[in-house]
Every structure is written in C-alpha cells, then in structure tokens.
Design a protein around this ligand. Sequence first.
Ligand SMILES: NC(=O)c1ccc[n+]([C@@H]2O[C@H](COP(=O)([O-])OP(=O)(O)OC[C@H]3O[C@@H](n4cnc5c(N)ncnc54)[C@H](O)[C@@H]3O)[C@@H](O)[C@H]2O)c1
Length: 254
Amino acid sequence: MATGRTHRPATRSRGIPEATVARLPLYLRALTALSERSVPTVSSEELAAAAGVNSAKLRKDFSYLGSYGTRGVGYDVEYLVYQISRELGLTQDWPVVIVGIGNLGAALANYGGFASRGFRVAALIDADPEMAGKQVAGIAVQHSDGLEKIIDENGVSIGVITTPPGVAQQVCDRLVAAGVTSILNFAPTVLSVPDGVDVRKVDLSIELQILAFHEQRKAGEEAEAQAGAAAVAQAAQEDNGKGPDGDVPAVMPA
Ligand SMILES: NC(=O)c1ccc[n+]([C@@H]2O[C@H](COP(=O)([O-])OP(=O)(O)OC[C@H]3O[C@@H](n4cnc5c(N)ncnc54)[C@H](O)[C@@H]3O)[C@@H](O)[C@H]2O)c1
C-alpha cells in the first residue's frame, strides 16, 4: 500500500508556478488553432481572449518562459507553440497505458486527440479475462496479470485509471510499483501516492456540480431582479394613486 502526499509544492524546479503550468495547455490549444490557420503572429490581447485568460496574466506567464513578444508585432505563433510544447515535455512521445477498458476506458482509447498531442496509447489493460485479446481502437486488450511487464517493456511513465473506484487504489499501487510516476485518475477515489508521483483527477460530476451551483445562483439573481422590478412597478402604480390591481385606486376618494 502506497503512503504519502497527493500534491506537489506550488512551484516547479525551474521556477514556473503551478498556476502558470496549468494555463500552458490553454495557450497551446489556442496557438495550435492559429497555427493551423497559418496565422504568423498574435498579440497578447488576442491570444488571451482565445485562451480565456486575462492578458496581463498571459504576459506574466510568458515571461517565465523568457518569451516577451515584439512590441507592435506580438508573439511569433510557431515559436511559441514550440516553446510551450517543450516546456510541457510534449516534444517527445509519451507512451500511456489505460487500465480498465469498460465504457470510459474504451472511449478514451478511441479518442484520436492524444496521438496528435504527443501521447501514444501503448497498452490497454483489463482484469476481465473475457476482455483479453479483444481489439479496442485497434489495440489488443491485455490482462492485468501482466501489468508490471507491460509497463516495463513499453517504458510507460503515465497511467490512466478508468477502473471501478473500489479497485483504483490497488491499481494505482501496482502502476507506481511498476515505475509509473504520473497518474490520470477518472475513478471517483482519492488516491494516495508516494513522493515523486503526480496524480491528476478528472471528475465530470464535480464540474457539473459547480455548473449547478452557478445555475442556482443565476436563477436566484433572476428571481431577485423580477421581484425588484415588480416592487418598482407596484410603487410606481401607488405613486399614481392607483392600487396594485390596475385601474382601481388603492384608496377611494371621499
Ligand atoms: N471522471 C469522470 O468524469 C467519470 C465519468 C464516467 C465514469 N467515471 C468512472 O470511471 C470508471 C469506469 O467507468 P465505466 O463506466 O467505464 O465502468 P465499466 O464498468 O464500464 O468499466 C470498468 C472496467 O474496469 C475493469 N476492471 C475492474 N477491476 C479492474 C482491475 N483491478 N484492473 C483492471 N481493470 C479492472 C472492468 O473489467 C471493466 O472493464 C468508474 O470508476 C467510474 O466511476 C468517471
């Protein structure tokens, strides 16, 4: 059983804050779209808007990369794509294993976007003997008995967990013991990992809960605004000497 912390300090060794690292993929996605349209340069304002980030924050983030742009011209799109890719370690190929090839694992395996971003699905692993040998996304599923060997042979350092939550920690422990140092966890389980192992978790239901919170707040604000408008309308009617029911005066003249 693995022990230890589940998070890293707020800055990385090269002095780039974690918050900046978390925004680099957003810039990269926006820059890649510009690159695909053969746009040569981009201003900080344009790129910030495309990435959904404040432009002052973007300039600060890029200063950590040593990229300051050219006044009046902006940033060179291709060079920035290269710089951010290099910073994120995407200029090399990362073999990834997915463990748990059910609905979600198979959907991820079938997602074509990983390869173009430098992540090659090296192996698909499942504990169900019936799954062994089945082709998913053109890859034969392998039984989890051979997990350690598969990790070793493919030089895998990134593992994706899409198993049921009850076995996620056990799968995580095996991945870590086999040499995996980064885990993307889709199972709704808080994983415990030793120092030096990074865990990122993805939970769509948490994202939906946050949206539900905002929806509720918007509905509350709308109801308040409607109540406010109704109160103003009523006050206006009363000022005109009319009752709240329209043309009937609230107080009959003597
Ligand atoms: N993060 C999200 O937003 C999100 C969304 C949907 C589902 N999930 C989670 O993803 C996980 C998978 O969901 P699903 O719908 O694909 O489930 P599923 O039941 O379709 O698939 C789970 C697969 O894991 C395999 N498995 C079980 N134990 C294993 C083990 N010890 N080693 C290897 N493989 C093992 C099963 O044989 C099965 O093929 C669940 O934990 C679910 O809660 C997360």
